[in-house]
Design a protein around this ligand. Structure first.
Ligand SMILES: [Cu+2]
Length: 195
């Protein structure tokens, strides 16, 4: 393992930038928990080989929104005393975990980017989203509608925003990072049911 670790350390650039993003709604109010991610242009990053968890507690998926890099495997433990039946019909990852309790033996691999909508066959009110993105640079806005994506390697990026209630994805932003500068972007989200 040692040579691999060394080469990874050497590959980290000396300078890295920050992408500052602000998300608000059509009335200018801050949008909390919007997913923001910056996809590198013209170069593919290695797939993540990570594991994430989508839990089920009190007949709810926890978290309601999970963001992962493409190539991540997700475990779906059921922490309730009743059985759940998890499914997705989303093109990015159609799958089913038929009625079960406890933790299924194998996690589910998410190998394509996209939005995966989860449901439970037994409990209609259970729903959640897994946002699969082609980048390790993602985060969510805080209560002030702001997020800073840090340690961005030099290069060109397309910055996207996703929010459960949004009508359409706002036009993505283009950012070029050449050194240790900060880039600012802002987005307006139009929610369903609001003009
Ligand atoms: Cu259920």
């Amino acid at each position: 393992m040692r040579p691999l670790v060394l080469s990874l350390l050497l590959a980290v650039p000396l300078s890295a930038g920050t992408i500052d993003v602000r998300v608000q709604d059509a009335h200018g109010a801050a949008v909390k928990d919007a997913v923001v991610y910056a996809v590198p242009e013209g170069r593919a990053l290695p797939l993540a080989k990570r594991t994430a968890v989508m839990d089920q507690k009190n007949r709810m998926f926890i978290p309601h929104v999970l963001v992962i890099q493409t190539g991540t495997s997700v475990r779906f433990p059921n922490s309730d005393d009743i059985r759940h039946h998890v499914y997705s019909f989303s093109p990015a990852k159609p799958f089913q975990l038929p009625l079960y309790k406890g933790t299924p033996a194998s996690p589910v691999l998410f190998d394509k980017p996209g939005v995966v909508t989860l449901g439970c066959n037994i409990h209609d009110q259970m729903n959640a989203f897994i946002i699969v993105v082609d980048t390790p640079y993602f985060d969510r806005t805080g209560g002030d509608g702001h997020v800073a994506l840090r340690d961005i390697e030099p290069g060109r990026y397309v910055v996207h925003v996703w929010y459960p209630d949004m009508r359409d994805e706002p036009r993505p932003g283009n950012v070029t990072i050449s050194g240790s500068e900060r880039a600012d972007l802002s987005f307006v989200i139009h929610a369903h049911g609001h003009p």
